[in-house]
Design a protein around this ligand. Sequence first.
Ligand code: SF4
Length: 282
Amino acid sequence: MPLQLLDYNRPEKPDWCPACGNFGIINALKMALVELKISPHQVLVVSGIGCSSKLPHWLNTYGFHTLHGRPLPVATGAKLANHKLTVIAVGGDGDGYGLGMGHFMHSLRRNLDLVYLVHNNQIYGLTKGQTSPTSPTGFISSSTPDGVIEVPFNPIAAALSCAGTFIARGFSDNIQHLKELIKKAIIHKGFGFIDVLQPCVTFNKQNNRVWYKERIYELKEVPTSRVQAIEIALQTDKLGIGLFWQEQKSTYEGNLPQIKDMALVEQDIKRIDLRMALNNLV
Ligand code: SF4
């Protein structure tokens, strides 16, 4: 029987607030996996902490709900153990651009064959609406009652300057467009990063659907240089969605002779003798 969306459903229903942008993202992800004919047992979804990081609970794949800011290290370990798995890391802007910032930068330059989806709602939703690294200057929240003083982190511009090989921005309400981006990121041999703008209808009243719809437009073509892509990423009065950059480079796991030809989990460990290494520890 052909794969269908139902194959990715769990019996439990998501407890996200009604109309949260997370619904669009999980649906786009399911559609992408079905259209690429990737079966649930071939997929691992790793998440951090936050509303978005509950996503693996409601997706019928292997899942790993890790620590705050740590989906990328866990996804890296899983990919190195079994690089035949489709490994997808998910998290929010607080998780990935706050606590997980260092992992994000190093994953970009390392170029493992992973997908990283960041649900960017410009706020910490799960903990009831504090300022996040992408909240705009002047943003008033429970943690910044007089408004944010700092400038917001720009994930696309940062990824472009950190040697990322697949860099895109999507919008949770444009599900067909986001699905196509996710498919491209999965097919891409390397680190497929998508910053997904999404409304948090409960705690972010400023960046609501009207705000997004006044600014979002689809990129007509992929920029021809990183510099041009950064210029588009730095636009503030409008927000381009689409593919900002893609290039082919060797992957981290492809450069490791120990696993290049055979996944670690498939290798015979009967002849490996650890006694010498263990003796050296004492
Ligand atoms: Fe979505 Fe915001 Fe509700 Fe979290 S708090 S589920 S991000 S609407």
